[in-house]
Design a protein around this ligand. Structure first.
Ligand SMILES: Nc1ncnc2c1ncn2[C@@H]1O[C@H](COP(=O)(O)OP(=O)(O)OP(=O)(O)O)[C@@H](O)[C@H]1O
Ligand SMILES: O=P(O)(O)OC[C@H]1O[C@H](OP(=O)(O)OP(=O)(O)O)[C@H](O)[C@@H]1O
Ligand SMILES: [Mg+2]
Length: 280
């Protein structure tokens, strides 16, 4: 059986479970369950703390797992990234009070830096020859400066709202661009390939939509420039020979701009539909 580590709580858990369900695997129904067997697919899911997942996979106890790239690197485990899963995107940044004299990486020398990711931060500072005192916290790191236990913080930033609310300003280089990742370890299993293929299909289904539209036939080249699809658009005849029906895959986050541009070219009856599953 393929043994997969899945986040049991936090930012990663919900989408990870959704993606696995979209990939055709069954999941636990009771959120207190620690293990779930999907015998139809020959998979056993272990629900673990996101921070611990790299340790289990790196030790070989489990074959693969879903965690954050930042958590993987902070763990120091032997596990390695197999595929980016494109959710829970964040950057890992330094921040300090605005106008407080810490506004460049070098200013951190001799200062106290609060973080929940001490190895990640230590590796980064060490590689740049900066010696700071790390203050290890479990979470809500943004409060550390206000409460006087640190001079600066290094933490996960998504919208930046949490930092702003704490009166902190980002400075210095990006420590890491993070995203959810599938990780693998020293124990190989033939079924990893199938899991990966299915997850890639889910990524495509989440990232793309199908766009159908009718187009005056003389605009086909221009419309293909706007939306070229994966290989190239499917073009079908209409009863009225001056028109064709076009079907093409488009990035979901660009769908409205593409619709505007196609409309301007004369496309009409533009319909967008979600993709349920895909293998490219
Ligand atoms: N606001 C956020 N936006 C996007 N990704 C986030 C956010 N907060 C945390 N992450 C990502 O989620 C992963 C951390 O998951 P984890 O479950 O440990 O933390 P969490 O979501 O902050 O949960 P908690 O703090 O409640 O334990 C990391 O990869 C991190 O980059
Ligand atoms: O840039 P933002 O959109 O504000 O998001 C970033 C915040 O989200 C996470 O916090 P979480 O709510 O998980 O609390 P924690 O710090 O206790 O982990 C993360 O640790 C940051 O604090
Ligand atoms: Mg958190």
């Amino acid at each position: 059986m393929l043994r997969i580590a899945v986040p049991n709580k936090g930012s990663l858990s919900e989408v990870a479970a959704e993606m696995l369900a979209e990939a055709g695997y069954s999941g636990r129904r009771d959120s207190r369950k620690l293990v779930h067997t999907d015998s139809r697919n020959g998979v056993e899911f272990f629900y673990l703390r996101p921070r611990d997942i790299a340790t289990y996979v790196g030790s070989g106890a489990l074959h693969v797992g879903i965690t954050g790239r930042d958590l993987l690197l902070d763990s120091g485990s032997e596990a390695s990234e197999v595929e980016a899963l494109d959710f829970a995107d964040s950057t890992f940044r330094f921040a300090a009070p605005a106008g407080g004299g810490i506004s460049e990486l070098e200013h951190l020398a001799g200062k106290r830096v609060a973080t929940s990711y001490p190895k990640l931060v230590d590796d980064f500072l060490r590689a740049r020859g900066i010696v700071s005192e790390l203050v290890k916290l479990d979470g809500a790191v943004e409060s550390a400066v206000q409460l006087g236990v640190a001079d600066a913080v290094a933490d996960v930033v998504s919208t930046g709202a949490t930092l702003r609310a704490a009166g902190l300003e980002i400075f210095g280089p990006v420590i890491l661009q993070s995203t959810a990742v599938l990780i693998g370890g020293p124990t190989e299993h033939a079924d990893v390939e199938r899991l990966l293929r299915r997850l890639r299909g889910v990524l495509v289904a989440r990232k793309y939509v199908i766009m159908d539209y009718d187009l005056p036939v003389d605009q086909l080249d221009a419309a293909t420039q706007v939306a070229g699809g994966i290989e190239s658009p499917t073009v079908s005849p209409l009863k009225d020979e001056r028109w064709v029906a076009v079907r093409v895959m488009v990035r979901a986050d660009e769908a409205n701009q593409v619709m505007d541009r196609l409309y301007d070219l004369g496309a009409r009856a533009i319909l967008v539909t979600a993709i349920h599953a895909a293998r490219l």
